[in-house]
Every structure is written in structure tokens, then in C-alpha cells.
Design a protein around this ligand. Structure first.
Ligand SMILES: [Zn+2]
Length: 202
């Protein structure tokens, strides 16, 4: 293993982080009150050994504002579990619109939670981007849309990310972003299955 390269404000190392990594805590629009709700692993669920496992866990949606609670079990297919598919502006489990959405450079910028916003900010703000040696196919940074990586839009994207960071701290229905609505951009399922040995992607 190579030593972990340093990340500084002007030099960013992309370790091949997948979007799954940020699915441990997702801020969504509450289905009942329209305020901020959280999607997290069900209480008592074991801490995953790797990030991909997060997509196969039972989930709970909970709203601190109105008390709404919903649970979701992963789908079962034969001997395995069907993984949730991250991507698009809805959470991969309940398919609620993400709370962190804002209009930016003619598009909609979205994130799952604060940690995701921080990771995107570090990446977009970097002057020099490096890529890690081992990159899984789900590597988030390699798959960012081109408009987020354009240097002439960097300031605008960073401002959008600052807006998302501020939204993360707001919870009331009246704080909902005008971009935080369903837009049907969920990715097609690709049937990732979980067997005893770990995730399996045909
Ligand atoms: Zn609510």
C-alpha cells in the first residue's frame, strides 16, 4: 500500500470514494410535514464493514419536527438482498427528494448530507486534482457531471455548495429549498445483490 497522499486546499487526492459512502445519513424532505427528515440505518443495525454494505441495510426515516417515522427492509431476491441504488436527487431507500438541493449554474446541485457537501467542496475547490490508484467503478468523483468540474464554474458551484451547507442546518417546512422536489432522475436499478460473502455485482 502506498502511504495516503496528503490533501491540502490546492491539491486534492481522490481516493475513489463511492457515493455509497455518504448514504449513512441522508437529509430528505419529510413525507408528512415537508420539513427536514433523516434517513439512517435502523437502530441496532451493525456498523458496516465497508461502505457498500450501507446499501443493504434496513433503514429508518425519522422527522424530528412532526414525529413521522417509516421503516424499510431491503428487498429480497432468492438467497440475496437487493441493494439500493444511489444517484439522482432522491434518497436511494425511500426515494424522497433530498433536502439538500439548490439551483446552480442552470442545473440542480444536490448532496446527501454535510459530509457529502464537504467532500464535494474539497474536490471542486482543488486546483490540482489527483486520482487514487485503486478506483472502484462507483467512484463518485470520476463520475461527477462535467458542469461541476468546469474551472470557469468553480466559484458558482462552490457558492451552491455553501448554500447546501446552510440548508443542512435548517429543519422547518418553510426552510425547504424551492429545488427540493421530485424530478424523476433516479438511476435504473442494476441489481446489485448481497450474499454471505459480500456485495455481488453481476
Ligand atoms: Zn415531518
Amino acid at each position: 500500500m502506498d502511504p495516503e497522499p496528503r490533501t491540502t486546499p490546492s491539491r486534492h487526492h481522490d481516493p475513489g470514494v463511492s457515493l455509497a459512502r455518504f448514504t449513512g445519513r441522508i437529509l430528505v424532505v419529510c413525507p408528512r410535514c415537508g420539513g427536514r427528515a433523516l434517513v439512517v440505518p435502523r437502530p441496532g443495525v451493525a456498523v458496516p464493514r465497508y461502505y457498500g454494505e450501507l446499501l443493504f441495510q434496513p433503514r429508518r426515516l425519522a422527522c424530528g419536527g412532526c414525529g413521522a417515522v417509516a421503516d424499510r427492509q431491503p428487498e429480497v431476491s432468492g438467497a440475496g438482498l437487493v441493494g439500493a441504488v444511489p444517484g439522482g436527487s432522491a434518497d436511494p431507500f425511500f426515494r424522497r427528494p433530498l433536502w439538500l438541493q439548490t439551483r446552480c449554474a442552470g442545473r440542480v446541485l444536490w448532496a446527501y448530507g454535510e459530509e457529502h457537501v464537504d467532500a464535494l467542496s474539497a474536490h471542486v475547490g482543488a486546483r490540482l486534482r489527483e486520482r487514487g490508484g485503486a478506483r472502484p467503478t462507483g467512484a463518485m468523483f470520476a463520475r461527477l457531471p462535467a458542469w461541476m468540474k468546469r474551472s470557469d464554474q468553480r466559484a458558482e458551484v462552490l457558492a451552491g455548495l455553501a448554500t447546501l451547507r446552510e440548508l443542512a442546518g435548517r429543519t422547518a417546512p418553510g426552510d425547504r429549498s424551492d429545488a427540493a422536489y421530485e424530478r424523476g432522475d433516479h438511476p435504473r436499478a442494476h441489481r446489485s445483490l448481497y450474499f454471505r460473502g459480500g456485495p455481488y455485482e453481476p
